[in-house]
Design a protein around this ligand. Sequence first.
Ligand SMILES: [Zn+2]
Length: 175
Amino acid sequence: MPLRPIVRYPDPRLKQLCRPVELHELPGLRQLVNDMAETMFAAHGAGLAAIQVGEPLRVFIVDAEIAGRPPTDPPLAFINPELVLLGGATELTEEGCLSFPGIYVPIERALRCRARALDLDGQPFEVEGEALFARAMQHENDHLNGRLLADYVGRLKRKMIERRLQRGDVEDDGR
Ligand SMILES: [Zn+2]
């Protein structure tokens, strides 16, 4: 069952603090990451965190092309990531999220971001990205700490977003 349903706001599972993956769990993680990749592609997303398919683990993926890899590569998987550097100027851009279909929120993010994480073999790696890649890492890392688009807006706008998503009449344009 590779395609998984995407958990949508305001499902309370999205608000939890995700836990680190333990080393002995790594072998079982490959299937989860494959499922996440298929789910992200099917929804035309740029990135996806494990909690968005209901697994409260510190794991996210970013689309290969956005991560500066050949587009035929699998998404870049980050296990137990840490953002070790946020730098450069900041940029205010509208951001979407697969857990908020049809909703876009302007969010100010650093234009440069460096992350340290484990790969699926448990090997540590570091990667630095700019612009969209930097934004994607910051967005996905937010998910691991239960931080969502709705946390970047005021109370009234948050209520509007909740109502819109609960009505379920938004067109799903997949961002
Ligand atoms: Zn998201």
